[in-house]
Design a protein around this ligand. Sequence first.
Ligand SMILES: [Zn+2]
Length: 98
Amino acid sequence: MEDSVQVRCTRCKNVFRDRAKRLQNGYSRQCPSCEIVLFFDEDSHDSNIKRAMRTARRARKELRESEGISARKAAAVPRQYGGRSAANARGTDEADDD
Ligand SMILES: [Zn+2]
């Protein structure tokens, strides 16, 4: 499963990869090539950043879905129904004095 996303530096156009889980609004990191700090925001004016955010979002969704499927499989334990216990033993305690 692909969990890293390609990011293209705005300044030097160097392409590097970062984890999809990190690439969320408010995240920032340095370009490994020119060391400019890139700010990741889905409303960024930079189309490179925008595309990376979109790709990361899709990758996270796919990761979540694949995790969800395996989690559901593991939790697929058949429900057991606890049988009814009818408490229908009413004792009549009448003393018959003659
Ligand atoms: Zn750069």
